[in-house]
Design a protein around this ligand. Structure first.
Ligand SMILES: Nc1ncnc2c1ncn2[C@@H]1O[C@H](COP(=O)(O)OP(=O)(O)OP(=O)(O)O)[C@@H](O)[C@H]1O
Ligand SMILES: [Mg+2]
Length: 242
């Protein structure tokens, strides 16, 4: 179980998220939703210890998560990745194995097999020699999905994996999510415009600086909760008035 208690983050003294608490069971795909600037990326980064938090306890299987980051795979929002960095698809995914191999040792045959399987799983094996800057948005997202698979983690964090991806990539991503779920992994997936895909998630965390709702699709995606998180504009859009 992943437990987050009273997580709070300030940037230069201004609160970005406050008093966020929730628990997640294994074998779930969890959507983190909320408007732009709601603190979704901040929450993920704070859970992973990538940014400092004001307060908060994060436990996985009753132990501090920061002592078991090997169990975590994280795919940042695409805008946060330097796509001009000169490296190939193969190397990006192989890098995920470094924590298993160690920095100054060469990668084992087993690691290379795992990387190959991950690239095949997402349909990117044939493009393994390609520079990452020369891929489409959907292909880039699939490379990072492969990288997370190669980590053999238990907890997966994806920040807006569906932005700018084609339908084929979307379908591949959801297939992989389902596989991971059936293996008992926990997946946290940030996305603000889920549309038709809300049925693919087991539960949602609705965030706007605070956790506004936490539960099943029917419990979370209600007119009252959405208005609380997004304000009146979304309600008007739903009625087709603007
Ligand atoms: N490094 C930073 N320094 C200062 N303020 C920041 C920093 N990163 C984010 N913020 C602010 O914190 C708030 C939450 O940002 P965050 O990126 O977590 O939101 P988000 O929900 O992920 O938004 P989006 O949907 O646009 O990705 C915003 O007001 C943002 O401007
Ligand atoms: Mg974000």
């Amino acid at each position: 179980m992943l437990e987050v208690e009273h997580l709070a983050v300030n940037y230069r003294g201004i609160s970005a998220i406050a008093d966020v608490s929730f628990c997640l069971e294994p074998g779930q795909i969890v959507g983190i939703i909320g408007p732009n600037g709601a603190g979704k990326s901040t929450m993920v980064k704070a859970i992973l210890g990538l940014i400092p938090s004001e307060s908060g306890i994060i436990r996985y299987r009753s132990r501090a998560l920061k002592e078991q980051l090997k169990q975590v795979a994280y795919v940042p929002q695409r805008s946060q990745i330097d796509w001009d960095y000169p490296t190939t698809v193969w190397n990006v995914v192989l890098m995920a194995r470094t924590r298993h191999t160690g920095w100054f040792r060469s990668h084992s045959r087993q690691s290379k097999e795992i990387v190959k399987a991950a690239l095949e799983r997402v349909g990117m094996w044939s493009l393994r020699e390609r520079q990452i800057g020369e891929l489409s948005g959907g292909q880039q997202q699939r490379v990072f999905l492969a990288r997370s698979l190669a980590q053999e983690a238990e907890l997966f964090f994806f920040d807006e994996p569906f932005v700018g991806v084609d339908k084929k990539t979307e379908a591949i991503i959801f297939e992989v999510f389902e596989d991971l779920k059936s293996q008992g992994k926990i997946l946290l997936v940030v996305g603000h415009d889920l549309g038709e895909t809300t049925r693919k998630y087991d539960r949602f965390l609705l965030l706007n600086k605070q956790l506004i709702a936490n539960g099943s699709r029917n419990e979370v995606i209600t007119a009252t909760n959405i208005q609380k998180a997004y304000g009146d504009s979304v309600i008007l859009l739903q009625r087709g008035e603007i």
